[in-house]
Design a protein around this ligand. Structure first.
Ligand code: ZN
Length: 434
């Protein structure tokens, strides 16, 4: 056995180590079907970390046999604990101002989405608040959410603009994402979602708004390197399949990779467009047909499922996740954090993915780690615990991963290691690291 240099951190005696790197599985592509259930579990495991990366992973006995421990190694005993790769949240609307807590009462009193919108609530309330927020205001509000995410075990996320719906406000939202990436330990993948909704100035002219995005916003986004992906809300009454295609083809010319919100309320055909454009992911998929899912499977488009959204809308129907896996669609899970689905916790999403969407616990863990990393093109860096990958991992106070969905509504994450540094300890962020 070759000896590896002295690690900075060693996790040992881990009751259950979930590597997400089982034998005979190629982590270079997202998983579907039966492979979703293979976690690469190791009993009494250990992980050694140096220079921000994983340098050794295996059973405690094997890892200790390969290491030269020095006095500088910080050893963390993980007896009775579970260790996982940090969660990856591949769909969040991180940047918005204000909140809409009073709408829960209205929804429970039977008011519809349109009633709420017409009384000055809904998305337009958030658009108004976000337009009026300064860059500093946006940073303060979003940083608080990032801290909560980190304390709940998310170590990488995607963040969208989309509550500005004007050039000035959309660019400010993207600038906030960029600034947060520089000041916060979290890895943030930026997505331009100027086409999140029709702006209040152009409620009946979506073509004109798409023209504006193409002529005025996309060149700026590219020039200032503000986004990696471009997303669109392709839905009846918002943007059509043709309008979405026009936008995403132009975005591709500006170097942005496509993502789509599709079929949340009606089956419009956005999945075929996602397949044609070889989009990285198509998200929501509440109403997508088998035929469309097969097209996605063929093109390798990842289905990002957001069970928090039907939960918050108090709907009975959830996306048919098991059918997607049968048809060969790789699936990932995300919070969809937004003012109408107000959660930062991937643990909570994993629970409702199991209880309401019928994912098995092991499938949900795969969807929240390695497949979620694929859904934002970060699988070569994060999403599994393998030698050479970024040392992003979480220590949970449970003896095995099945407790994560089973024991719901609380935070199991006691420690978080991000890029080789202990950033959360005793459930709290260590401020010196942020
Ligand atoms: Zn969304």
């Amino acid at each position: 056995m070759t000896s590896v240099s002295s690690p900075e951190i060693l996790l040992k005696n881990i009751a259950e180590l979930i590597t997400m790197a089982p034998e005979n599985i190629d982590n270079n592509k997202p998983r579907t079907g039966k492979d979703m259930g293979k976690l690469g579990n190791i009993t009494d495991g250990a992980v050694a970390i140096g220079n921000g990366k994983i340098i050794c992973v295996g059973s405690t006995r094997d890892v200790l046999g390969q290491l030269d421990l020095s006095a500088n190694t910080s050893v963390i005993d993980c007896t009775g604990k579970t260790v996982l790769p940090g969660f990856v949240d591949p769909h969040t609307h991180l940047i918005f101002s204000g909140s809409r807590e009073s709408e829960l009462t209205l929804k429970l009193e039977g008011k519809t989405y349109m009633d709420i919108l017409q009384s000055g609530g809904g998305i337009l309330k958030t658009v108004h608040a976000t337009r009026n927020a300064s860059l500093d205001d946006l940073l303060v509000e979003a940083k608080k959410r990032l801290d909560i995410m980190l304390e709940h075990g998310t170590t990488t996320l995607e963040a969208k603009s989309g509550y500005g719906l004007s050039e000035d406000s959309e660019l400010r939202s993207l600038q906030a994402i960029k600034d947060l990436g520089n000041i916060h330990v979290m890895d943030i993948v930026p997505t331009f979602l100027g086409a999140h909704a029709r702006p209040p100035e152009l409620p009946d002219d979506p073509d004109r708004y798409i023209d504006l995005i193409i002529s005025d916003m996309l060149p700026n986004v590219e020039q200032r390197r503000l986004a990696e992906f471009c997303d669109v809300f392709c839905e009846e009454g918002v943007f059509s399949v043709d309008q979405s295609e026009r936008l995403l083809r132009s975005a591709k010319d500006h170097g942005l990779k496509p993502k789509l919100h599709i079929d949340e309320f009606v089956h419009l055909g956005g999945a075929k467009l996602a397949a044609t454009l070889c989009a990285t992911s198509a998200d929501h998929l509440m109403m997508t047909s088998d035929d469309d899912l097969s097209a996605m499977a063929e093109a390798g488009v990842i289905g990002v499922l957001l069970p928090g959204t039907p939960f918050a809308l108090m709907e009975k129907e959830y996306p048919n996740a098991q059918r997607m896996l049968e048809l060969g669609v790789p699936i990932a899970l995300a919070t969809d954090l937004n003012p109408n689905c107000m959660t930062e916790s991937m643990q909570f999403i994993i629970s409702i993915a199991c209880y309401n969407m019928k994912l098995l616990p092991a499938q949900a863990i795969t969807a929240a780690t390695i497949n979620a990393a694929h859904a934002i093109d970060r699988a070569e860096l994060v999403g599994s615990l393998e030698v050479g990958k970024q040392a992003d991992m979480i220590i949970l106070d449970v003896p095995n991963y099945q407790h994560i969905p089973y024991h719901f509504g609380i935070n199991h994450v006691i420690k978080v290691i991000k890029k080789g540094k202990l950033v959360v300890d005793k459930y709290k962020i260590r401020s010196s690291n942020i």
